[in-house]
Design a protein around this ligand. Sequence first.
Ligand SMILES: CC(C)(COP(=O)(O)OP(=O)(O)OC[C@H]1O[C@@H](n2cnc3c(N)ncnc32)[C@H](O)[C@@H]1OP(=O)(O)O)[C@@H](O)C(=O)NCCC(=O)NCCS
Length: 168
Amino acid sequence: MSVTETKTSCPDPLDLSGLGEPPGLGGRPGSHRRELVLRVMPMPSDANGNGDIFGGWIMAQVDIAGAVLPARIARGRITTVAVNQFVFKQAVSVGDLLSFYATVTRVGTTSVTVHVEVYAERNPADPHVVKVTEANVTYVAIDRDGRPRPLPPVTPAPVTPAPAATAG
Ligand SMILES: CC(C)(COP(=O)(O)OP(=O)(O)OC[C@H]1O[C@@H](n2cnc3c(N)ncnc32)[C@H](O)[C@@H]1OP(=O)(O)O)[C@@H](O)C(=O)NCCC(=O)NCCS
């Protein structure tokens, strides 16, 4: 079992969530913004006999995190068609707080590819952040029969009127 964290008690130099777009707009073609899409802390049940976290568990989390922006773009069912260039740079340990950042790198006719980067925040007494893995994942929008369907057209971002000037 895993615990999903929403807060961290120490400053996170990688917290780019302020750059994220509102739901429904994030990851639109051309934006190429990196968004925080998942935070999770692995539990002892996710570890192997050495005490390190299973690569397969991390891959599953990357698949879940990577789907966030494509699901917004597809506005419906999606499925994973390919995971490319999975690189494990550092071992992940129980107690690491993992942050998953995603960037849309390609929007095709039916598919969306994202680059997912995973950072571990460790050692709460003297916190530091290390990149542990990254991967490119492609998702395909599918219809109810599981066949590829064209992505919906991009909805332009709403124009927010400038606030009225106040006297005084
Ligand atoms: C995903 C699936 C619906 C695609 O069906 P398909 O008939 O192979 O579709 P296509 O060949 O027309 O490709 C559809 C899109 O996927 C892309 N794609 C296909 N294979 C790819 C690959 N290896 N890497 C990257 N993109 C790929 C194509 O480029 C195309 O994108 P575009 O329309 O944006 O150009 C089908 O392969 C499937 O159901 N796979 C199982 C998915 C699944 O169960 N995933 C969970 C893990 S088991």
